[in-house]
Ligand binder design. Structure first.
Ligand code: GLA
Length: 511
Protein backbone atom coordinates (compact mmCIF):
# COMPACT_ATOMS: atom_id res chain seq x y z
CA UNK A 1 0.00 0.00 0.00
CA UNK A 2 1.37 3.38 -1.00
CA UNK A 3 1.36 5.98 1.66
CA UNK A 4 0.28 9.44 0.66
CA UNK A 5 2.30 12.28 2.08
CA UNK A 6 0.37 14.61 4.42
CA UNK A 7 0.74 17.62 2.05
CA UNK A 8 -0.60 15.49 -0.83
CA UNK A 9 -3.56 14.55 1.38
CA UNK A 10 -4.32 18.23 1.86
CA UNK A 11 -4.14 18.81 -1.90
CA UNK A 12 -6.38 15.79 -2.49
CA UNK A 13 -8.86 17.05 0.10
CA UNK A 14 -8.92 20.47 -1.49
CA UNK A 15 -9.46 18.86 -4.91
CA UNK A 16 -12.36 16.84 -3.52
CA UNK A 17 -13.97 19.96 -2.11
CA UNK A 18 -13.58 21.67 -5.49
CA UNK A 19 -15.01 18.60 -7.23
CA UNK A 20 -18.01 18.58 -4.94
CA UNK A 21 -18.49 22.30 -5.46
CA UNK A 22 -18.20 21.81 -9.23
CA UNK A 23 -20.81 19.06 -9.17
CA UNK A 24 -23.08 21.22 -7.03
CA UNK A 25 -22.66 24.25 -9.28
CA UNK A 26 -22.88 22.31 -12.53
CA UNK A 27 -26.23 20.85 -11.49
CA UNK A 28 -27.40 24.49 -11.56
CA UNK A 29 -25.09 25.61 -14.38
CA UNK A 30 -27.69 24.73 -16.95
CA UNK A 31 -30.16 26.60 -14.80
CA UNK A 32 -33.38 28.44 -15.49
CA UNK A 33 -31.73 31.84 -15.82
CA UNK A 34 -32.84 33.59 -18.98
CA UNK A 35 -35.94 34.53 -20.88
CA UNK A 36 -38.61 31.92 -21.69
CA UNK A 37 -41.85 32.13 -23.62
CA UNK A 38 -44.91 29.91 -23.87
CA UNK A 39 -46.95 30.80 -26.94
CA UNK A 40 -50.67 30.19 -27.21
CA UNK A 41 -51.82 30.78 -30.82
CA UNK A 42 -55.37 32.13 -31.14
CA UNK A 43 -57.84 31.53 -33.99
CA UNK A 44 -57.68 35.25 -34.86
CA UNK A 45 -53.98 34.83 -35.77
CA UNK A 46 -52.64 36.52 -32.64
CA UNK A 47 -50.76 34.73 -29.91
CA UNK A 48 -51.26 35.04 -26.14
CA UNK A 49 -47.75 34.80 -24.83
CA UNK A 50 -46.52 34.11 -21.34
CA UNK A 51 -42.96 35.27 -20.65
CA UNK A 52 -40.80 34.16 -17.77
CA UNK A 53 -37.69 36.28 -17.31
CA UNK A 54 -35.84 34.30 -14.66
CA UNK A 55 -32.67 34.53 -12.63
CA UNK A 56 -31.65 31.45 -10.73
CA UNK A 57 -29.26 31.75 -7.78
CA UNK A 58 -28.82 28.32 -6.24
CA UNK A 59 -32.33 27.10 -5.66
CA UNK A 60 -33.80 30.60 -5.58
CA UNK A 61 -35.56 32.10 -8.57
CA UNK A 62 -36.22 35.81 -8.99
CA UNK A 63 -37.39 37.86 -11.97
CA UNK A 64 -40.65 38.63 -13.73
CA UNK A 65 -43.63 36.92 -15.25
CA UNK A 66 -45.72 38.45 -17.98
CA UNK A 67 -49.06 37.04 -19.04
CA UNK A 68 -50.03 39.26 -21.96
CA UNK A 69 -50.99 42.57 -20.30
CA UNK A 70 -50.30 41.41 -16.73
CA UNK A 71 -46.81 41.86 -15.33
CA UNK A 72 -45.75 40.23 -12.08
CA UNK A 73 -42.67 40.35 -9.87
CA UNK A 74 -41.64 36.94 -8.62
CA UNK A 75 -41.82 37.36 -4.87
CA UNK A 76 -41.29 33.77 -3.78
CA UNK A 77 -39.81 30.57 -5.17
CA UNK A 78 -39.79 27.19 -3.51
CA UNK A 79 -38.51 23.80 -4.59
CA UNK A 80 -35.63 22.95 -6.92
CA UNK A 81 -33.40 21.92 -8.48
CA UNK A 82 -35.73 21.05 -11.39
CA UNK A 83 -39.20 21.74 -10.03
CA UNK A 84 -40.19 25.10 -8.64
CA UNK A 85 -43.26 26.91 -7.46
CA UNK A 86 -43.09 30.58 -8.38
CA UNK A 87 -45.36 33.18 -6.83
CA UNK A 88 -45.78 36.50 -8.62
CA UNK A 89 -47.61 39.65 -7.58
CA UNK A 90 -48.79 42.41 -9.87
CA UNK A 91 -46.23 45.11 -10.62
CA UNK A 92 -48.57 48.13 -10.69
CA UNK A 93 -49.08 48.26 -6.94
CA UNK A 94 -52.86 48.76 -7.31
CA UNK A 95 -53.86 45.18 -7.82
CA UNK A 96 -53.57 42.49 -5.23
CA UNK A 97 -53.68 39.85 -7.93
CA UNK A 98 -51.24 36.96 -7.47
CA UNK A 99 -50.20 34.09 -9.72
CA UNK A 100 -48.64 30.76 -8.86
CA UNK A 101 -46.68 28.80 -11.46
CA UNK A 102 -45.56 25.21 -11.03
CA UNK A 103 -42.48 25.03 -13.24
CA UNK A 104 -40.71 21.81 -14.15
CA UNK A 105 -37.50 21.74 -16.15
CA UNK A 106 -37.66 19.01 -18.82
CA UNK A 107 -34.61 19.12 -21.09
CA UNK A 108 -34.68 22.53 -22.75
CA UNK A 109 -38.34 23.11 -21.98
CA UNK A 110 -40.22 24.44 -19.00
CA UNK A 111 -43.46 22.61 -18.33
CA UNK A 112 -45.75 25.01 -16.55
CA UNK A 113 -49.08 24.61 -14.87
CA UNK A 114 -51.06 27.45 -13.36
CA UNK A 115 -54.55 28.69 -12.65
CA UNK A 116 -55.56 32.09 -14.04
CA UNK A 117 -57.70 32.54 -10.92
CA UNK A 118 -57.67 30.44 -7.76
CA UNK A 119 -60.96 28.77 -8.71
CA UNK A 120 -60.39 28.40 -12.45
CA UNK A 121 -59.20 25.29 -14.24
CA UNK A 122 -55.57 24.28 -14.53
CA UNK A 123 -53.77 25.71 -17.57
CA UNK A 124 -50.75 23.83 -18.85
CA UNK A 125 -48.13 25.27 -21.16
CA UNK A 126 -44.64 24.64 -22.42
CA UNK A 127 -42.08 27.44 -22.53
CA UNK A 128 -38.95 27.62 -24.65
CA UNK A 129 -35.94 29.91 -24.49
CA UNK A 130 -36.62 33.37 -25.92
CA UNK A 131 -34.21 36.17 -26.85
CA UNK A 132 -33.26 38.34 -23.90
CA UNK A 133 -35.54 41.34 -23.52
CA UNK A 134 -38.37 39.96 -25.68
CA UNK A 135 -41.69 40.53 -23.95
CA UNK A 136 -40.17 42.81 -21.32
CA UNK A 137 -41.99 45.83 -19.98
CA UNK A 138 -40.98 48.69 -22.29
CA UNK A 139 -39.16 51.70 -20.91
CA UNK A 140 -41.32 54.56 -19.77
CA UNK A 141 -41.67 57.22 -22.47
CA UNK A 142 -41.39 60.89 -21.52
CA UNK A 143 -44.74 62.66 -21.27
CA UNK A 144 -45.69 66.01 -22.81
CA UNK A 145 -46.16 69.11 -20.70
CA UNK A 146 -49.82 69.72 -19.92
CA UNK A 147 -51.84 72.10 -22.05
CA UNK A 148 -55.50 72.37 -23.01
CA UNK A 149 -56.35 70.41 -26.16
CA UNK A 150 -58.76 72.48 -28.27
CA UNK A 151 -62.37 71.26 -28.32
CA UNK A 152 -63.00 69.02 -31.35
CA UNK A 153 -66.55 70.34 -31.65
CA UNK A 154 -68.09 66.84 -31.48
CA UNK A 155 -70.66 65.25 -29.16
CA UNK A 156 -72.74 68.36 -28.52
CA UNK A 157 -75.23 65.86 -27.14
CA UNK A 158 -74.18 62.50 -25.60
CA UNK A 159 -72.99 60.01 -28.26
CA UNK A 160 -75.50 57.33 -29.24
CA UNK A 161 -74.75 54.03 -30.91
CA UNK A 162 -73.69 50.49 -30.20
CA UNK A 163 -70.54 48.90 -28.78
CA UNK A 164 -69.45 45.30 -29.21
CA UNK A 165 -68.04 44.52 -25.78
CA UNK A 166 -71.02 43.74 -23.53
CA UNK A 167 -72.45 41.09 -25.83
CA UNK A 168 -69.64 39.93 -28.11
CA UNK A 169 -66.43 40.55 -26.13
CA UNK A 170 -63.67 38.68 -28.03
CA UNK A 171 -66.10 37.28 -30.61
CA UNK A 172 -66.65 40.56 -32.45
CA UNK A 173 -65.68 40.41 -36.11
CA UNK A 174 -66.24 42.15 -39.43
CA UNK A 175 -69.48 40.28 -40.12
CA UNK A 176 -70.94 41.12 -36.71
CA UNK A 177 -70.17 44.81 -37.13
CA UNK A 178 -71.78 44.92 -40.58
CA UNK A 179 -74.79 43.06 -39.21
CA UNK A 180 -75.17 45.55 -36.36
CA UNK A 181 -75.02 48.45 -38.80
CA UNK A 182 -77.71 46.78 -40.93
CA UNK A 183 -79.88 46.11 -37.89
CA UNK A 184 -79.50 49.64 -36.57
CA UNK A 185 -80.94 50.94 -39.83
CA UNK A 186 -83.70 48.35 -40.27
CA UNK A 187 -84.99 48.29 -36.68
CA UNK A 188 -85.47 52.04 -36.37
CA UNK A 189 -82.54 52.77 -34.05
CA UNK A 190 -80.83 54.97 -36.60
CA UNK A 191 -84.02 56.97 -37.07
CA UNK A 192 -84.11 57.90 -33.36
CA UNK A 193 -80.47 58.94 -33.22
CA UNK A 194 -78.24 55.89 -32.76
CA UNK A 195 -75.23 56.61 -34.91
CA UNK A 196 -71.91 55.05 -33.87
CA UNK A 197 -71.11 51.38 -34.46
CA UNK A 198 -68.14 50.82 -32.17
CA UNK A 199 -65.65 47.96 -32.25
CA UNK A 200 -64.26 47.37 -28.77
CA UNK A 201 -61.23 45.30 -27.78
CA UNK A 202 -59.80 42.32 -29.75
CA UNK A 203 -59.61 43.69 -33.32
CA UNK A 204 -55.83 44.24 -33.24
CA UNK A 205 -53.24 42.00 -34.85
CA UNK A 206 -49.57 42.94 -35.05
CA UNK A 207 -47.44 45.86 -36.18
CA UNK A 208 -45.74 45.75 -39.58
CA UNK A 209 -42.08 46.63 -40.15
CA UNK A 210 -42.97 50.34 -40.17
CA UNK A 211 -44.90 50.00 -36.91
CA UNK A 212 -48.33 50.31 -38.49
CA UNK A 213 -51.07 48.47 -36.65
CA UNK A 214 -52.56 45.63 -38.69
CA UNK A 215 -55.95 44.20 -37.64
CA UNK A 216 -56.17 40.48 -36.88
CA UNK A 217 -57.91 37.88 -39.05
CA UNK A 218 -61.36 38.83 -37.74
CA UNK A 219 -61.06 42.20 -39.52
CA UNK A 220 -59.59 41.56 -42.97
CA UNK A 221 -60.37 45.03 -44.35
CA UNK A 222 -60.92 47.78 -41.82
CA UNK A 223 -61.24 50.51 -44.45
CA UNK A 224 -63.79 48.42 -46.33
CA UNK A 225 -65.72 47.92 -43.11
CA UNK A 226 -65.67 51.64 -42.34
CA UNK A 227 -66.86 52.39 -45.88
CA UNK A 228 -69.70 49.92 -45.40
CA UNK A 229 -70.81 51.45 -42.10
CA UNK A 230 -70.60 54.93 -43.65
CA UNK A 231 -72.66 53.76 -46.63
CA UNK A 232 -75.48 53.11 -44.14
CA UNK A 233 -75.33 56.72 -42.97
CA UNK A 234 -73.68 55.61 -39.71
CA UNK A 235 -70.30 56.17 -38.07
CA UNK A 236 -67.70 53.70 -36.91
CA UNK A 237 -65.64 53.56 -33.73
CA UNK A 238 -62.54 51.69 -32.64
CA UNK A 239 -60.70 50.91 -29.41
CA UNK A 240 -57.13 51.08 -28.14
CA UNK A 241 -55.03 51.57 -25.03
CA UNK A 242 -52.27 54.04 -24.12
CA UNK A 243 -50.35 51.02 -22.81
CA UNK A 244 -48.44 48.37 -24.74
CA UNK A 245 -51.47 46.07 -24.37
CA UNK A 246 -55.21 46.40 -24.09
CA UNK A 247 -57.28 44.89 -21.30
CA UNK A 248 -57.80 41.76 -23.36
CA UNK A 249 -54.07 41.54 -24.06
CA UNK A 250 -54.06 42.87 -27.63
CA UNK A 251 -51.65 45.41 -29.11
CA UNK A 252 -51.99 48.90 -27.59
CA UNK A 253 -50.90 52.29 -28.93
CA UNK A 254 -47.91 52.78 -26.60
CA UNK A 255 -45.24 54.72 -28.49
CA UNK A 256 -47.39 54.71 -31.64
CA UNK A 257 -50.00 57.26 -30.66
CA UNK A 258 -49.72 59.58 -33.68
CA UNK A 259 -49.17 56.70 -36.05
CA UNK A 260 -52.31 54.93 -34.83
CA UNK A 261 -54.38 58.11 -34.92
CA UNK A 262 -53.29 58.56 -38.55
CA UNK A 263 -54.17 54.95 -39.34
CA UNK A 264 -57.63 55.40 -37.83
CA UNK A 265 -58.13 58.56 -39.88
CA UNK A 266 -57.00 56.74 -43.02
CA UNK A 267 -59.50 53.95 -42.39
CA UNK A 268 -62.27 56.50 -41.77
CA UNK A 269 -62.74 55.94 -38.06
CA UNK A 270 -65.04 58.41 -36.27
CA UNK A 271 -64.68 57.48 -32.59
CA UNK A 272 -61.90 56.15 -30.35
CA UNK A 273 -62.35 54.51 -26.96
CA UNK A 274 -58.98 54.70 -25.23
CA UNK A 275 -58.71 52.27 -22.35
CA UNK A 276 -56.06 52.66 -19.63
CA UNK A 277 -55.50 48.97 -18.74
CA UNK A 278 -52.03 48.12 -20.05
CA UNK A 279 -50.72 51.62 -19.24
CA UNK A 280 -50.96 50.94 -15.52
CA UNK A 281 -47.77 48.88 -15.68
CA UNK A 282 -45.81 51.88 -16.85
CA UNK A 283 -47.51 55.01 -15.61
CA UNK A 284 -49.03 56.18 -12.35
CA UNK A 285 -52.50 57.67 -12.04
CA UNK A 286 -50.87 61.11 -11.78
CA UNK A 287 -49.60 60.66 -15.35
CA UNK A 288 -53.04 60.03 -16.80
CA UNK A 289 -53.77 63.56 -17.91
CA UNK A 290 -50.56 63.80 -19.95
CA UNK A 291 -51.03 60.29 -21.33
CA UNK A 292 -54.58 61.02 -22.51
CA UNK A 293 -53.58 64.46 -23.78
CA UNK A 294 -51.03 62.81 -26.08
CA UNK A 295 -53.76 60.91 -27.93
CA UNK A 296 -56.14 63.89 -27.76
CA UNK A 297 -53.55 65.96 -29.62
CA UNK A 298 -52.83 63.13 -32.05
CA UNK A 299 -56.50 62.72 -32.97
CA UNK A 300 -56.94 66.43 -33.52
CA UNK A 301 -53.82 66.57 -35.66
CA UNK A 302 -55.26 64.02 -38.10
CA UNK A 303 -57.76 66.64 -39.22
CA UNK A 304 -60.55 64.03 -39.17
CA UNK A 305 -63.35 64.53 -36.66
CA UNK A 306 -62.84 61.61 -34.25
CA UNK A 307 -64.83 61.56 -31.02
CA UNK A 308 -62.59 60.76 -28.06
CA UNK A 309 -63.83 58.49 -25.29
CA UNK A 310 -61.66 58.14 -22.19
CA UNK A 311 -61.87 54.84 -20.35
CA UNK A 312 -59.93 54.74 -17.10
CA UNK A 313 -62.75 53.79 -14.77
CA UNK A 314 -63.15 57.23 -13.17
CA UNK A 315 -59.71 57.22 -11.56
CA UNK A 316 -57.85 60.37 -10.63
CA UNK A 317 -61.00 62.55 -10.79
CA UNK A 318 -61.09 62.35 -14.58
CA UNK A 319 -64.19 64.60 -14.70
CA UNK A 320 -61.92 67.49 -13.64
CA UNK A 321 -59.51 67.13 -16.59
CA UNK A 322 -61.24 64.93 -19.17
CA UNK A 323 -62.33 67.92 -21.27
CA UNK A 324 -58.84 69.47 -21.13
CA UNK A 325 -57.30 66.49 -22.91
CA UNK A 326 -59.93 66.72 -25.64
CA UNK A 327 -62.18 64.03 -24.17
CA UNK A 328 -65.80 63.95 -25.30
CA UNK A 329 -66.73 61.33 -22.70
CA UNK A 330 -64.98 59.81 -19.73
CA UNK A 331 -65.92 56.66 -17.90
CA UNK A 332 -66.76 57.37 -14.29
CA UNK A 333 -66.80 53.79 -12.97
CA UNK A 334 -65.56 50.24 -13.38
CA UNK A 335 -67.24 47.89 -15.83
CA UNK A 336 -71.00 47.48 -15.82
CA UNK A 337 -72.48 43.97 -15.69
CA UNK A 338 -75.90 42.85 -16.81
CA UNK A 339 -77.38 42.76 -13.31
CA UNK A 340 -79.71 45.02 -11.35
CA UNK A 341 -77.07 45.34 -8.60
CA UNK A 342 -74.31 46.43 -10.95
CA UNK A 343 -76.46 48.82 -12.98
CA UNK A 344 -78.03 50.55 -9.95
CA UNK A 345 -74.77 50.69 -8.01
CA UNK A 346 -73.23 52.59 -10.90
CA UNK A 347 -76.21 54.67 -11.98
CA UNK A 348 -77.34 55.95 -8.61
CA UNK A 349 -73.78 56.91 -7.61
CA UNK A 350 -73.43 59.61 -10.29
CA UNK A 351 -75.26 62.48 -8.58
CA UNK A 352 -72.24 64.52 -7.53
CA UNK A 353 -70.66 64.39 -10.96
CA UNK A 354 -73.53 66.39 -12.50
CA UNK A 355 -71.67 69.73 -12.58
CA UNK A 356 -68.98 68.29 -14.86
CA UNK A 357 -71.25 67.27 -17.76
CA UNK A 358 -71.79 69.75 -20.57
CA UNK A 359 -72.18 69.80 -24.35
CA UNK A 360 -69.11 68.18 -25.86
CA UNK A 361 -67.99 66.58 -22.58
CA UNK A 362 -69.96 63.90 -20.78
CA UNK A 363 -69.72 61.64 -17.77
CA UNK A 364 -69.90 58.04 -18.97
CA UNK A 365 -71.33 55.51 -16.50
CA UNK A 366 -70.57 52.75 -19.06
CA UNK A 367 -72.52 51.13 -21.86
CA UNK A 368 -76.06 49.82 -21.84
CA UNK A 369 -76.90 46.24 -20.92
CA UNK A 370 -80.50 46.55 -22.12
CA UNK A 371 -81.55 43.36 -23.87
CA UNK A 372 -78.72 41.16 -22.67
CA UNK A 373 -81.06 39.10 -20.55
CA UNK A 374 -79.89 39.68 -16.99
CA UNK A 375 -82.61 42.13 -15.98
CA UNK A 376 -86.38 42.42 -16.25
CA UNK A 377 -88.10 44.86 -18.59
CA UNK A 378 -88.89 47.17 -15.66
CA UNK A 379 -85.25 47.04 -14.62
CA UNK A 380 -84.11 47.88 -18.14
CA UNK A 381 -86.54 50.83 -18.12
CA UNK A 382 -84.82 52.05 -14.96
CA UNK A 383 -81.46 51.61 -16.76
CA UNK A 384 -82.62 53.65 -19.78
CA UNK A 385 -84.31 56.33 -17.64
CA UNK A 386 -81.34 56.72 -15.34
CA UNK A 387 -78.87 56.99 -18.23
CA UNK A 388 -81.12 59.63 -19.86
CA UNK A 389 -81.26 61.57 -16.59
CA UNK A 390 -77.46 61.37 -16.38
CA UNK A 391 -77.00 62.73 -19.92
CA UNK A 392 -74.97 59.57 -20.47
CA UNK A 393 -73.78 58.18 -23.79
CA UNK A 394 -76.40 55.70 -25.02
CA UNK A 395 -74.35 52.86 -26.44
CA UNK A 396 -76.48 49.77 -26.79
CA UNK A 397 -74.58 46.62 -25.82
CA UNK A 398 -76.88 43.84 -27.03
CA UNK A 399 -77.23 41.86 -30.24
CA UNK A 400 -79.28 44.24 -32.35
CA UNK A 401 -80.41 41.45 -34.68
CA UNK A 402 -82.04 39.57 -31.93
CA UNK A 403 -84.26 41.40 -29.46
CA UNK A 404 -87.89 41.33 -28.44
CA UNK A 405 -90.21 44.17 -29.44
CA UNK A 406 -90.37 45.16 -25.76
CA UNK A 407 -86.58 45.57 -25.56
CA UNK A 408 -86.47 47.47 -28.84
CA UNK A 409 -89.24 49.74 -27.56
CA UNK A 410 -87.10 50.56 -24.51
CA UNK A 411 -84.08 51.38 -26.65
CA UNK A 412 -85.99 53.52 -29.15
CA UNK A 413 -88.31 55.37 -26.81
CA UNK A 414 -88.14 58.81 -28.45
CA UNK A 415 -89.49 60.58 -25.37
CA UNK A 416 -86.71 59.16 -23.20
CA UNK A 417 -84.03 59.73 -25.83
CA UNK A 418 -85.13 63.36 -26.08
CA UNK A 419 -84.30 63.79 -22.39
CA UNK A 420 -80.87 62.23 -22.82
CA UNK A 421 -80.20 64.38 -25.86
CA UNK A 422 -81.51 67.66 -24.45
CA UNK A 423 -79.34 70.34 -25.97
CA UNK A 424 -78.64 72.24 -22.74
CA UNK A 425 -76.71 69.20 -21.61
CA UNK A 426 -77.39 69.63 -17.88
CA UNK A 427 -77.10 66.35 -16.02
CA UNK A 428 -79.92 65.35 -13.66
CA UNK A 429 -79.58 65.15 -9.89
CA UNK A 430 -81.17 63.42 -6.96
CA UNK A 431 -83.92 65.56 -5.40
CA UNK A 432 -84.87 63.24 -2.55
CA UNK A 433 -84.33 59.76 -1.23
CA UNK A 434 -86.46 57.88 1.22
CA UNK A 435 -85.51 54.26 1.81
CA UNK A 436 -85.53 52.56 -1.57
CA UNK A 437 -87.36 55.39 -3.30
CA UNK A 438 -85.56 58.20 -5.07
CA UNK A 439 -86.76 61.20 -7.02
CA UNK A 440 -84.40 62.70 -9.58
CA UNK A 441 -84.86 65.83 -11.70
CA UNK A 442 -83.10 67.17 -14.77
CA UNK A 443 -83.49 70.73 -16.08
CA UNK A 444 -84.21 70.84 -19.81
CA UNK A 445 -83.94 73.54 -22.42
CA UNK A 446 -86.95 75.86 -22.69
CA UNK A 447 -87.54 75.75 -18.94
CA UNK A 448 -88.94 72.22 -18.97
CA UNK A 449 -87.87 69.51 -16.58
CA UNK A 450 -87.56 65.73 -16.50
CA UNK A 451 -88.61 64.03 -13.28
CA UNK A 452 -87.99 60.37 -12.50
CA UNK A 453 -89.55 58.45 -9.61
CA UNK A 454 -87.37 55.41 -9.02
CA UNK A 455 -88.35 52.51 -6.82
CA UNK A 456 -85.25 50.47 -6.04
CA UNK A 457 -87.19 48.25 -3.62
CA UNK A 458 -88.45 44.76 -4.30
CA UNK A 459 -92.10 45.72 -3.57
CA UNK A 460 -94.28 48.19 -5.44
CA UNK A 461 -94.36 51.50 -3.54
CA UNK A 462 -96.55 54.58 -3.52
CA UNK A 463 -94.40 57.60 -4.22
CA UNK A 464 -95.28 61.27 -3.90
CA UNK A 465 -93.60 64.28 -5.47
CA UNK A 466 -94.72 67.71 -4.33
CA UNK A 467 -94.26 70.19 -7.16
CA UNK A 468 -92.85 72.64 -4.63
CA UNK A 469 -89.99 70.19 -4.03
CA UNK A 470 -88.98 70.83 -7.62
CA UNK A 471 -89.10 74.58 -7.08
CA UNK A 472 -92.49 74.99 -8.81
CA UNK A 473 -95.13 77.34 -7.39
CA UNK A 474 -98.04 75.42 -8.84
CA UNK A 475 -98.83 72.25 -10.76
CA UNK A 476 -97.22 72.27 -14.21
CA UNK A 477 -99.59 72.70 -17.15
CA UNK A 478 -98.04 69.91 -19.21
CA UNK A 479 -97.09 66.58 -17.72
CA UNK A 480 -96.14 63.75 -20.05
CA UNK A 481 -95.58 60.19 -18.87
CA UNK A 482 -92.58 59.10 -20.94
CA UNK A 483 -93.08 55.34 -20.63
CA UNK A 484 -96.82 55.29 -21.30
CA UNK A 485 -96.53 58.16 -23.82
CA UNK A 486 -99.59 59.89 -22.39
CA UNK A 487 -100.42 63.41 -21.29
CA UNK A 488 -101.54 63.62 -17.67
CA UNK A 489 -103.90 66.15 -16.19
CA UNK A 490 -102.62 66.92 -12.71
CA UNK A 491 -104.00 70.00 -11.02
CA UNK A 492 -103.01 68.82 -7.54
CA UNK A 493 -100.03 70.29 -5.67
CA UNK A 494 -98.48 66.86 -5.67
CA UNK A 495 -98.08 63.85 -7.89
CA UNK A 496 -98.83 60.45 -6.36
CA UNK A 497 -98.24 57.14 -8.12
CA UNK A 498 -97.55 53.51 -7.28
CA UNK A 499 -94.19 52.66 -8.80
CA UNK A 500 -93.54 48.97 -9.47
CA UNK A 501 -90.75 47.04 -7.77
CA UNK A 502 -87.40 47.84 -9.45
CA UNK A 503 -89.36 50.25 -11.59
CA UNK A 504 -89.73 53.87 -12.59
CA UNK A 505 -92.25 56.53 -13.54
CA UNK A 506 -90.72 59.09 -15.85
CA UNK A 507 -92.27 62.51 -16.49
CA UNK A 508 -91.53 65.53 -18.62
CA UNK A 509 -93.10 68.65 -17.15
CA UNK A 510 -93.46 72.21 -18.41
CA UNK A 511 -95.77 75.15 -18.70
C1 GLA B 1 -62.17 47.28 -19.99
C2 GLA B 1 -63.23 48.31 -20.31
C3 GLA B 1 -64.40 47.59 -20.96
C4 GLA B 1 -63.93 46.88 -22.21
C5 GLA B 1 -62.82 45.91 -21.87
C6 GLA B 1 -62.20 45.31 -23.11
O1 GLA B 1 -62.57 46.38 -19.01
O2 GLA B 1 -63.65 48.99 -19.16
O3 GLA B 1 -65.41 48.52 -21.28
O4 GLA B 1 -63.52 47.82 -23.15
O5 GLA B 1 -61.79 46.57 -21.15
O6 GLA B 1 -61.12 44.51 -22.83
Amino acid sequence: MKLVAPESRTILGTLCVFLLLFVAISSYADDLTGNWVARDPQPDGTSRDTYLDLKQTGSRITGHLRVSQFYYNIVESTGGPDTFTLTGTMIDGHNERQVKYEVKRVGDELHISTRRRPDSELVEMVAHRAPAGEGALPARLPLPALHDVPDNGLARTPPMGWNSWNKFAGRVDDAAVRAMADAMVSNGMKAVGYEYVNIDDTWQGHRDAQGNIIPNKKFPDMKGLADYVHSKGLKIGIYSSPGPNTCAGYEGSYGHEEQDANTYALWGIDYLKYDWCGARNIYADEDMQAVYQKMGDALLKTGRPIAYSLCQYGRYDVWKWGAKVGGNTWRTTGDIRDTWESMTKIGFAQDELAPFARPGHWNDPDMLEIGNGGMTEDEYKVHMTLWAMLAAPLLAGNDLRDMSPAILAILINRDVIAIDQDKEGKQGRRVSKSGDQEVWARPLSGGEEAVALFNRGSQGAEMTVRWSELGLKSAPVHVRDLWSHSELNLPDPQFVRTVPAHGVVFLRIGN
